[in-house]
Design a protein around this ligand. Structure first.
Ligand code: HEC
Length: 124
């Protein structure tokens, strides 16, 4: 019986330790987003995720945006991946986009929202 109690205690402490490690890892994962990128994630979830995957490079309606700023060129227009070009895409959209146009966000999003969403795109 004592043996059982000892084994149970050991098992519980291992579970506790695993949970603590998991919690720290989880908290670290959250911390890595700057406040701007965190704000940008909200903007993205509400305005862009309908058409763009943030976690895949495959097409949803528009191209997946995972790793966007690690690419040499933009997936659709093949222009260089620069803040200016991405900002222009967000502000103006693309009326000729296929399979459907990307709407312009210049009047929908503030300058801060746009720079935050770009900060978020850089983390993908
Ligand atoms: C209604 C669907 C839709 C929404 C919403 C949308 N997009 Fe797009 N997006 C597209 C389509 C379609 C394309 C591909 C055609 C093009 O380049 O316009 C695209 C292309 C892009 C590209 C690549 C441009 C290039 O030149 O290759 C970026 C970057 C992008 N979108 C970012 C965003 C961001 C950031 C948001 C949110 C603020 C957003 N999109 C919202 C449909 C959408």
């Amino acid at each position: 019986m004592q043996d059982f109690a000892r084994k149970t205690r050991r098992a519980l402490s291992i579970v506790g330790l695993t949970m603590a490690v998991a919690a720290v890892t989880w908290a670290k994962g959250k911390e890595t987003l700057s406040p701007a990128a965190q704000g940008g994630k909200k903007v993205f979830d509400q305005n862009c995720s309908l058409c763009h995957f943030p976690t895949q490079a495959t097409t949803k309606i528009g191209p997946g945006l995972k790793g966007l700023f690690k690419m040499k060129e933009l997936p659709y227009s093949h222009r260089p991946v620069t803040v200016a070009n991405v900002q222009e895409q967000i502000e103006k959209g693309n009326a000729q986009g296929k399979p459907m146009p990307m709407p312009p966000f210049a009047s929908k999003l503030s300058k801060t929202d746009i720079s935050n969403v770009i900060a978020y795109l850089k983390t993908l």
